[in-house]
Design a protein around this ligand. Structure first.
Ligand code: ADP
Length: 456
């Protein structure tokens, strides 16, 4: 069936910082005009001025600006924008915002409200994945009953340790690990109460707790014509408090014969649920097996490592899909080459991780073969205490992992920021670590490494 593409000339960017600039660059490549919304705290930033138009939509507090749906929709109407790109964080995974954007006659550059809502409910997401043949963590894809004996039965069938998770949970919250039956019922009651308070729903589910997994994810692109592809895999095991610190593509040591069926199942799941846009399937990987944990229905911070290996501009594709374009590539045309790594550079103390606000007084950005820096900062930029502390992403690409790491070491050595504390010194140390250099470290590795470092 031929579907006409929708008129798209101007994109409103409902986000800030590096990702706002990244989206602006994609729009410019595609010959589209840009409007960026900003808060009073961001109004003087250079990236705001580099958009074709900017609209200040409210005070610094995100709840009054970047999360203010009405103000953003009004800004779109006043500037004649045809589409809204939500970036990541803020409104990007709010089903209601996708619906409100489309109801206002605008294009939402992301999935429809139904897909966002399904994937935002972890039980619904898991059961959609089970139905599509995506491998999931052992445990029923339905809500935990209230009856104590039934709960005990489910846990002993799964086998301890188990993890109790809130269906509406997110951001690493609403989860509790249970080592044995003695603490089970109390843990369920506590998590239920937390879930009710934090997520407005007491619905819980239970699954096997994996003890030494890696975090591996698969990037997908799906158009509205039923075409879907996956762009290889990433490893984001290097985490602190469930926050990714370093990401890489491909995941080291994963053979293509092991990952190919998982990629194919992800694509199949997208077709089955009628998914549109870019998305990421997150898996835990342990002892040679993959276990789905969640799907992110948005562009991710770490998308550049996949761009570097696949050669696909994910943001341009995302915009094209929203306009109704047919995906220009078939699965067999996707060839991932070399190895890419990304370091998240945060304005934080490298020892205590306390956020560091202030004005950048000097800045030297690395460059040279295989080096990409995605950042909105420059000398004079004021790092605001109101938002996430990510100030730059340093991305490298090389023919293999060894060379990518060598490039990262060189690039980190040449990255100088003055005026605020950054995590660069920490990353420099981490890239000297031998076990990390060998690859295949699990999701607990960084926290253990940090503990040993502070003990030393
Ligand atoms: P959120 O939406 O809050 O990020 P996820 O389901 O993605 O929640 O889980 C966040 C993190 O919690 C995972 O990256 C992993 O570290 C841990 N986790 C989640 N489920 C399990 C599990 N079954 N076994 C072990 N760890 C888990």
């Amino acid at each position: 069936m031929m579907q006409t593409t929708r008129n798209l000339q101007t994109v409103l960017i409902a986000n800030r910082g590096e990702i706002a600039l990244r989206i602006m660059r994609a729009c410019r490549n595609m010959g589209l005009k840009t409007v960026v919304v900003c808060s009073q705290a961001d109004r003087d930033a250079a990236y705001v001025k580099s958009a074709d138009q900017s609209v200040c939509i409210g005070p610094a507090a995100a709840s009054k600006s970047y999360l203010n749906q009405d103000a953003i929709l009004l800004a779109a109407r006043l500037t004649g924008a045809d589409a809204i790109h939500p970036g990541y964080g803020f409104l990007s995974e709010r089903a209601g915002f996708s619906a409100a954007t489309e109801d206002a006659g605008l294009i939402f550059i992301g999935p429809d409200a139904t897909s966002i809502a399904t994937m935002g409910d972890k039980i619904a997401a898991k059961s959609a994945m089970v139905a599509a043949g995506v491998p999931c963590v052992p445990g029923p894809d339905c809500e935990l009953p209230g009856e104590v004996d039934q709960i005990r039965q489910i846990a002993s069938k799964i086998g301890y340790p188990v993890i109790i998770k809130a269906a509406g949970g997110g951001g690493g919250r609403g989860m509790r690990v249970v080592p044995d039956e003695a603490s089970l019922i109390e843990a369920v009651a506590l998590t239920r109460e937390e879930a009710r308070k934090a997520f407005g729903s007491p619905a819980l589910y239970m699954e096997k707790f994996l003890q030494h997994p890696r975090h591996i994810e698969i990037q997908v692109l799906c158009d509205i014509h039923g075409n879907a592809v996956w762009l290889g895999h990433r490893d984001c095991s290097m985490q602190r408090r469930h926050q990714k610190v370093v990401e890489e593509a491909p995941a080291p040591g994963i053979s293509s014969s092991l990952i190919a069926p998982v990629g194919a199942a992800c694509v199949q799941a997208c077709r089955q649920i009628g998914y549109r846009g870019v998305g990421t399937f997150e898996f835990l990987f342990e002892d040679g097996a993959f276990y789905f944990i969640e799907m992110n229905t948005r562009l991710q911070v770490e998308h550049p490592v996949t761009e570097m290996t696949s050669g696909v501009d994910i943001v341009c594709q995302q915009i094209g899909i929203a306009r109704g374009d047919v995906l220009p590539m078939a699965q067999d045309a996707i060839v991932c080459e070399g190895h890419s790594m990304e370091c998240r550079i945060n304005a934080e103390d490298p020892l205590t991780f306390m956020p560091s606000a202030g004005v950048i007084t000097a800045l030297e950005l690395p460059s040279g073969p295989g080096v990409r820096v995605d950042t909105h900062i420059e000398v004079g930029y004021k790092v605001s205490p109101y938002y996430d502390s990510l100030i730059a992403k340093l991305i490298v690409h090389g023919p293999d992992r060894r060379e990518a790491m060598a490039r990262m070491r060189r690039a980190l050595a040449g990255f100088e920021v003055e005026g605020v504390a950054t995590t660069i010194p920490l990353l420099r140390d981490l890239f000297q670590d031998e076990a990390f250099a060998d690859g295949e470290t699990d999701i607990h590795y960084l926290e253990t490494w940090l503990k040993n470092r502070s003990a030393a």
